[in-house]
Design a binder for this molecule. Sequence first.
Ligand code: ADP
Ligand code: ZN
Length: 522
Amino acid sequence: MTPPGNLERSLKQFFGYDSFRPGQREIVEAALADRDQLIVMPTGGGKSLCFQLPALLKPGVTVVVSPLIALMQDQVEALQNNGIGATFLNSTLNWEEQRSREMAIVTGRVKLLYVSPERLVGDRFLAFLEVVRARVGLSSFAIDEAHCVSEWGHDFRPEYRQLRLLRDRYPQVPVMGLTATATDRVRHDIVSQLALQNPRVHLASFNRPNLYYEVRQKRRQSYGDLLHIIREIGGSGIIYCLSRRRVEELAARLQSDKIKALAYHAGLGDEERANSQRRFIRDDVQVMVATIAFGMGINKPDVRFVVHYDLPRNLESYYQESGRSGRDGEPAHCALFYSYGDLKTIEYLIDQKPDPQEQLIARQQLRQILNYVEGTDCRRTIQLGYFGERFPGNCENCDNCRNPKPIEDWTVEAMKFLSCVARTKERFGTNHIIDVLRGSKKAKVLRYNHQELSTFGIGTDKTADEWKMLARSLVHQGLLNETDDGYSVLKLNAASWEVMRKQRQVQLAVTRKAEETPLDGR
Ligand code: ADP
Ligand code: ZN
């Protein structure tokens, strides 16, 4: 292997960095040894360097496949600014420009050639690639955003499937796949679709220690809390809302409070969106208020905060979206605001989905995000657990670690609730159980004669929302099951019976329902 000092010297010489980020050195060494590799690193982990540095140290050209033209341009520009021979070929170039770039490549003045997957698999480019191989050699293929080959990823692109032809045509040239998508299934798909040979897999921790995570319930003062975050943290930030309407409303309100904010959503024209993006990157505007249409492929390392002003749809999106902050490794703030209203909106949207399979997945995802927002464990433990990574907790950089929530003993209430599930023969969902507990005379209660049960009306001391909080917590804690068939029927399990037999205590971290502001009402 390369003596330790040498790689550091090249790192400093070409990029001006003093040391490698975790994993980078080993990846660069394996690349220099011509191994196939799969690199799974969170956004901001420093993936680009993993193929850029080896490209500079090896003879020949490294071909980088990247799906987003804007991203390609950014990277090439940054490399050129460091005096590195890099260029891209895509459909935006005129014929002359194209020719002159091709000349630069075949005369050895280019070490990194960026190209889109559509372009790469065309006959013309493949012929050119053959000339490159003959004249200067191919040192490796780097496939960025490699999860696009997988239908299980969040961004499947059929052209990516054809990239396998690189392996077929050039079996000797090593391939490196890079992605920030962590799930096991996608990883396996990348290895098989790209036909990686005995690849070295680098699986980085998905922990982002510089990000502070907090969750707040929406209340009357939430808008004030938001302003406080924007002003106190300062710097650039992104605020995500669920709908275009809410994006527009919030952006207008912030503007009237003298915050330089812009609205961004898919309803705006291409040009307006591109322009807004540019202004955000150049720090002309401080805050982007956006739907999830904003962010993929935005390379702005110094985003200081990401606020979700509505409940996100699932934990993976939350991780990716909040992860757009602090890519420079400096502290950044991720806040999530949610309300029971959000929950109802999402449940309503799920009910509208025509496909029962889709409904099922969406319900599971909703439960996971609820697990996160209502959880009392370290936020990192919950998030990373979702990616199959164990995190011991006590991160000291999330709300739950800094200010643990008050824990109350709700064993008696849990016994009442579970007994009511038992008395109604495990055939109903949460709302019906709560109706019985609270002594409702609704038609459904009377139809089943549930006003005759011993558990009827024994729960009037708690509000329906408090009972709901308990029910969700019982499910999260594994003390009660809920069916996945679309009906969410509550079922008892062995742990439920332990609670009813007083063999087990039930602790609840209590978040009191707060009033919702007019802005939050729909
Ligand atoms: P990713 O593609 O994994 O999201 P990038 O390659 O864009 O991450 O890198 C994220 C940021 O980290 C960039 O601003 C990059 O310049 C910086 N970076 C990468 N490696 C190092 C390093 N060894 N030392 C300092 N900064 C680095
Ligand atoms: Zn923590």
